[in-house]
Design a protein around this ligand. Structure first.
Ligand code: MV4
Length: 448
């Protein structure tokens, strides 16, 4: 096992990884920008290295500075967390070229899934159900017209290099296809330096359901069920839950086995998430994320596993600590993303926190790196904490969430906490009756 791990991230996820390391007897190295000298992830780590000025491009994204921090401290492995360099294949290659272990999948797997056409093609060949669409790239407007007529309107034009909602254009009818195609290409070129696009049948009102998978890199893999992440605003998840209110045990086993089998056959290593749109009882693959996700704690709660410790084990060449038979979900978990943003417009509200009181009690987990007196810097993501509750069933989890939210105190900056109180009062939320468009509709109704 590694003796020392460098955590190439900040905030709550850096702390999350630190905690996993300490329980495994591993010493930790934090990296930080000059804006984060007083951050909790730095204070809690065994060692820390300042790697640059506040802008992420010169600190948390600076590959040479991170490699240097490893060499200075003698860290044998890097955990990337989520965001920043976590899905950067070139970074993974450089890390390994320096004799450092990357806690995550191979550069090849990251590259494969980063190209959305290759990802979809690979998954389709592995037996994963996909959204009907073009076979690969659509190079010309003529070709786009032809494919769209075949699959039928509405269609969506997506960038091969996109993902997470970036570089997508909807064409409701034939009258929209020219603009959708040209705009998607132009935006993809500008954003990713790659104007390749593909077409899919547009699903009107699906849910976003993602399957957690985990591989040992040597042909063994398991699934840990699904998370329902349909409640999003501008492609940012707001609240996630597991299990999904609309997936039963048989459906979970069926899609879970398809996903576990797919990643086993490509020798996938570590944690991964296979994203689906789910509509009228059918799953449609859209993308795979080759990292630990923000919402991983809801899966940890119901499966009673530590996904970060498992990532570290596999990266160190050890077998997974469970088999599929060991993985039996129990109860229901819900996560709320607490952002330092002011409602109703979600404007970032960095600044000093006066008082912080974290909720607690049975079935409550608060993953956060804030503290009373901490100044939230304006340079990074506005996520300041995740409140995760777990209870025997969904109704009890909702009641526990209401109780825990009412205990939370973050004084001095605006947060998204009031939104969750409002959501808990909604009959649709109480009934689990929502799709990927529900939240935007709710927020529009609240505005007026
Ligand atoms: C779609 C879709 C409808 N049909 N693809 C947005 C993010 C990216 N991961 C995929 N996205 C979508 N792809 C087809 N064929 C609708 C969306 C979408 C969405 C998906 C998940 C969660 C929230 C969403 C909000 C708007 C659109």
């Amino acid at each position: 096992m590694f003796k020392k791990v460098l955590i190439a991230n900040r905030g709550e996820i850096a702390l999350r990884v630190h905690r996993a390391c300490k329980e495994m007897g591993i010493s930790t190295v934090a990296i930080h920008s000059t804006a984060d000298s007083n951050a909790m992830h730095v204070r809690m780590a065994d060692e820390s290295v300042c790697i640059g000025p506040p802008p992420a491009a010169q600190s948390y994204l600076s590959v040479p500075n991170i490699i240097a921090a490893c060499e200075i401290t003698g860290a044998e492995a890097i955990h990337p967390g989520y965001g920043f360099l976590s899905e950067n294949a070139n970074f993974v290659q450089i890390v390994q070229d320096h004799g450092i272990a990357f806690i995550g999948p191979t550069a090849e797997h990251i590259r494969l899934m980063g190209d959305k056409i290759t990802a979809k093609d690979t998954m389709r060949k592995l037996g994963v159900p996909c959204v009907p669409g073009s076979d690969g790239a659509v190079p010309t407007l003529d070709e786009a017209r032809k494919v769209a007529a075949e699959i039928g309107y509405p269609v969506i034009v997506k960038a091969t290099a996109g993902g997470g909602g970036r570089g997508m254009k909807l064409a409701r009818t034939e009258a929209d296809i020219e603009a959708a195609f040209q705009t998607a290409r132009a935006e993809a070129k500008a954003a990713f330096g790659n104007d390749e696009v593909y077409l899919e049948k547009y699903l009107d009102a699906p849910r976003h359901i993602e399957i957690q998978v985990f591989g040992d890199g040597r042909g063994k893999a398991v699934h840990l069920g699904e998370r329902d992440c349909s409640l999003q605003r501008r492609h940012q998840k707001v609240l996630e839950e597991a299990p999904s209110p609309v997936i039963d045990a048989k459906t979970r086993a069926r899609i879970g086995e398809i996903c576990a089998d797919a990643v086993a056959r490509i020798d996938y290593a570590g944690a991964g998430t296979i994203e689906f749109l789910y509509e009228k009882g059918e799953f449609y693959f859209i993308e795979m994320n080759t990292r630990l996700q923000v919402e991983h704690p809801v899966t940890e709660a119901i499966y009673d596993v530590d996904l970060v410790q498992e990532q570290i084990r596999v990266a160190a060449g050890l077998p997974m600590s469970f088999t599929q038979r060991d993985l039996v979900p129990s109860g229901h978990a819900i996560e709320c993303r607490i952002n330092a943003e002011s409602l109703p417009d979600f404007r970032p509200s960095p600044g000093r926190i006066n008082t912080y009181y974290a909720p607690g009690g049975l079935g409550v987990r608060m993953d956060s790196a804030i503290y009373g007196g901490y100044a939230i810097p304006p340079y990074y993501d506005s996520l300041i904490g995740k409140l995760i509750v777990h209870a025997r069933n969904r109704e009890l989890a909702l009641a526990r969430l209401r109780r825990a939210l009412s205990e939370l105190v973050v004084d001095g900056v605006a947060t998204t906490t009031p939104l969750f109180h409002a959501l808990l009062d909604e009959p649709d939320i109480q009934a689990g009756r929502y799709d990927i468009h529900w939240l935007e509709g709710f927020l529009a109704r609240e505005e007026s």
